[in-house]
Design a protein around this ligand. Sequence first.
Ligand code: NAP
Length: 316
Amino acid sequence: MAEIYDIAIIGGGPAGLTAGLYTCRARMKTILAEKMVCGGQVLITDVIENFPGFPGGIKGLELADWMLKQAERFGLEVLPAEATALVSKKNANGAFIVELSDGSKIETLSVIVSTGARWNNLGVPGEKELTGRGVSYCATCDAPLFKGKDVAVVGGGDTALEDALFLTKFANKVTIIHRRDRFRGTKILQERVFANHKIEVVFNSIVTNIKGTKKCESVEVKDVNSGITKSIKSDGVFILIGMTPNSEIFKSAVKTDDKGYILCDDDMKTSAEGIFACGDVRKKLLRQVVTAAGDGATSAFSAQHYVERLKGVEYK
Ligand code: NAP
């Protein structure tokens, strides 16, 4: 722990990478810890159509790569490690300690949390057993495995609709199973779903069982109004029912809502002085690449001013 960073960013998705771009351009000594490859969920998004500046859309992988390169160009230091603990009680020199999975530690004057969120499970029989054998949480990753097959998609949000549409490029038939009588997802995606002859929608229904011996063969679906159960032939099931924030290690330091999303003000300040949060891990209305990037920039600016104030060099 030789040097003290001005800012440690935890998580390298669009929010964290944008935060890093801004803090480095402000000449803050910044380190970003990412447990996997930088890019977050963008990495598993085929084409992003709603990030401004790309009229024809852009591949998720490509956008993530460009975001990383742009931040590194201005001096962002990226550490391939998982943060396992945050010591929120500041030590004698006013710094936080971030403990990492490899046993090392980062000492930093401020922390930006950009750890994102992870996919939820259904929790029905067969789900765990058949994961990787038909049950998937990522259409971008696994859709090509279902060429000419019948698949089910569970969920009614943007992810479910977008991924159902993507799956039609490969699958013979895509059945969307949603627990309500209408979708939560964006209207333009709904229009495309209803217009696609390969997609069948089963509303007011929940999956109660995923069946198959060696691999997924069918899903058992119960109508929530009638209680009637039916079986739908499915070689694959894509469970796309939202996310859980990756906020576990920060919960003792900052306030969260009942789902674990970190509470921030408009400046991305959390309830703890010196800790900021941005992107999908924080409570917010809209979780998109563009809003993550916006959050990242704001959190960087706030952290920069916090550090400058600590050092007595803030430009007011
Ligand atoms: P989401 O918006 O939270 O939607 C989750 C869906 O799963 C909802 O329809 C929900 O039903 C259903 N669901 C939740 N738990 C369930 C359960 N136990 N059993 C059955 N169904 C369940 O999640 P998301 O679609 O992953 O999207 C997450 C965020 O990313 C959203 O803000 C979304 O707008 C954004 N996103 C944007 C894009 C894009 O703009 N291109 C693409 C993907 C995601 P209810 O509706 O009944 O609650």
